[in-house]
Design a protein around this ligand. Structure first.
Ligand code: MRU
Length: 349
């Protein structure tokens, strides 16, 4: 059940050959819906973070392949399959870290490869598969919220990083889904949102979502996390994830520092993510961390804040070793430290 005051919206949908999704680069000041009609447009939206957040990237990837199916001029099954493979390659090239992008693309392509029927049947089947991925993600988020809400106490103040909310998923959110569910149970909680340099997903998106729902939220800069923990101002940290491997959780740059700080201050550190974010075939050392453009660091918006020509690092994600993670909240339950030891190619639960 969704609590009164909580606004729930579909972040991505298929409408007569168009994929509709908010342009997240314009939020919170402008609410503009993108109407994407080609895999190239979807690829651009993914690359530029108009569409972002691991679970939403999964659905976006699937809809990108669906756009290619819908507009393909293929006359035969093998021609259509070749167009779909090309679309999948285009989508996968856009961002390397969030595994959901690869998982969803492969799920649609594997279905297409095994398809027995005619061209029109495959077109329809690809679109249906993308819609199913989106529906499943929405349902998983509600389950994550329900499972995670038991960890939240009345009166808690929760720190979150980046945006793991509705905007990062098909509906409801992962880390913010847990917060929404706890709020819906009547728990009087507060949230501190890290601004999340350099692209400010926390400042722009997390505060926007929580304000809209009437959940008390206070914006802090990333370098205030140690201060708020040392002052006893927070009881829990909850973040999302882009990829969970055998030995680490990948999430927005800065998550690792938060986890170490939380450990030092004995503050529980939770990760909320659907199982489509797990990639238990690999270890942290095998994951490519996206390196983004220097101008995201040398500028705040359009304003240059660093001297011309300065050297810049801009990794978009970092890896938090599982030893710092108190629990991973999924749609089927909560994985604790005891389960982590068994994270070896299969789920422990
Ligand atoms: O670069 P972004 O904005 O796509 O990064 C998003 C994050 O790091 C989120 O925390 C993560 O995808 C989890 S979203 C439920």
């Amino acid at each position: 059940m969704i609590a009164e005051g909580i606004v729930v919206m579909r972040m991505i949908k298929w409408e007569n050959g168009l994929v509709l999704t908010p342009d997240q680069t314009l939020l919170p000041l402008e609410e503009v819906t993108l109407k994407l009609c080609s895999v190239e447009q979807m690829a651009e939206a993914i690359k530029t973070l108009r569409v972002r957040g691991a679970p939403l990237l999964g659905a976006a990837a699937a809809f990108g392949v669906a756009l290619s199916a819908y507009y393909s001029k293929a006359q035969t099954l093998s021609e259509l399959l070749s167009d779909l493979e090309e679309a999948g390659t285009t989508i996968k090239m856009q961002r390397p870290t969030a595994v959901n992008l690869f998982w969803a693309t492969d799920r649609v392509l594997n279905m297409a490869r095994a398809y027995k029927g005619d061209v029109e049947g495959l077109r329809a089947a690809v679109i249906l598969e993308a819609k199913q991925i989106a529906d499943e993600d929405a349902a998983q988020n509600y389950a994550i919220g329900k499972n995670g809400a038991v960890l939240i106490n009345d009166g808690d103040t929760i720190l979150t990083h980046c945006n793991a909310g509705e905007l990062a998923t098909v509906e409801y959110g992962t880390a913010l889904g847990v917060i929404r569910a706890a709020w819906g149970q009547g728990k009087k909680i507060k949230v501190l949102a890290d601004e999340t340099r350099p692209l400010l997903q926390g400042a722009r998106l997390t505060t926007y979502e929580l304000q809209r729902d009437g959940i008390p939220v206070t914006l802090i800069t990333d370098n205030m996390a140690g201060y708020v923990m040392s002052k006893g101002l927070i009881n829990k940290v909850i973040v999302g994830a882009d990829r969970i491997v055998q030995d680490a959780v990948f999430n927005k740059i800065g998550t690792y520092s938060l986890a170490v700080l939380a450990h030092e201050h004995n503050i529980p550190f939770y990760v909320a993510a659907p199982k489509s974010t797990f990639d238990l075939t690999c270890k942290a050392e095998n994951v490519t961390i996206e390196e983004r453009k220097p101008c995201e660091v040398t500028h705040v918006g359009c304003q240059q804040t660093a001297p011309n020509g300065v050297n810049v690092m801009n990794p978009a994600f970092d890896a938090t070793p599982l030893k710092y993670v108190t629990g991973i909240i999924t749609e089927t339950g909560i994985y604790t430290k005891d389960h982590f030891q068994k994270f070896n190619k299969t789920f422990p639960l």
